[in-house]
Design a protein around this ligand. Sequence first.
Ligand SMILES: Cc1cc2nc3c(=O)[nH]c(=O)nc-3n(C[C@H](O)[C@H](O)[C@H](O)COP(=O)(O)O)c2cc1C
Length: 314
Amino acid sequence: MAEPPFLILAPIRGITDCLFRTLFQHHFGGVDEAVAPFLNPQPHANIDLRQLHDLLPEQNRALPVVPQFLHTNPEGLLALGQRLHDLGYTRINWNLGCPAPMVTRKRRGSGLLPYPDAICAFLDVVLPRMPLQLSIKTRLGLNHPDELAALLPRLNDYPLSEIIIHTRLGKQLYRGATDPERFGQSLTLSRHPLVYNGDITDLESWNRLRRQFPTVQRWMIGRGLLADPFLARTIKGELFNPEQRLSMLMAFHQELFTSYKQVLAGPSHLLGRMKQIWFYLAASFPDQDKLWKKIKKAGTEERYLAAIDGAFRQ
Ligand SMILES: Cc1cc2nc3c(=O)[nH]c(=O)nc-3n(C[C@H](O)[C@H](O)[C@H](O)COP(=O)(O)O)c2cc1C
């Protein structure tokens, strides 16, 4: 029998923090690991301890977690690596995929992909002193897929644990078609284990990709899991009937809402956070557009809870 796929929860900044990751795994499960959203680069070696709060081991017991950084400053990164090592982490991920113009302008995230010399120079300085295993999360390029094709053979010389490829260009942001063919080309160019990422949204897209890349073991899913939290277990062969789905979603929401209410400062933060989650989760309900509109409009906790109540009382 084929090995079950290894499924990684993608980092989604603003949503997949430690509380979300933990409750997601408790209520739905099916995910084998998570990459945490990126930590802000620090201008100096002193790390803002609030940033590390999300990664404290006692809050991250539900799921193995790989912290992620966006730095291009070796000293800042090495200090962070040491802190994470002290906390018990063994792995770290370099974000070479972020498409936000504020980030790419500074030649960070996917903004570094047109500059393979700079990427190799950074690895040359950092890897010999880094106490953690390094993986990379990247895209096909910033402006053109030849960028990653040129970079991958050069990365073969470095001891990386894996390379996660979101099969879009940085300039596409999160829209437009993914390009699985280019992932296929990447498999021929890299000696590192490659992880497929991008638009795995249902069983059909999953089966298509699995057939196309039978040797790939590790897969990363972000928005597909936020929209359908049952997707990981569905991929692994489980079935859920509508009543089960509704009651599990309800229990998840109840605990998530109560927990965020305790930790977030005030109703506007709480509603803001819940709306970010529902932007995706509404897809798990019939008439998702109507539901999402109601939730988006809710300006008070009472109105928000009334909108949610309607969704759960079908
Ligand atoms: C709102 C949002 C925030 C994201 N934050 C991060 C991040 O912090 N680090 C990262 O590497 N990718 C981030 N991503 C990209 C996702 O991890 C993932 O690569 C992308 O959404 C494609 O996968 P998907 O189609 O399965 O969602 C973010 C994506 C979105 C939509």
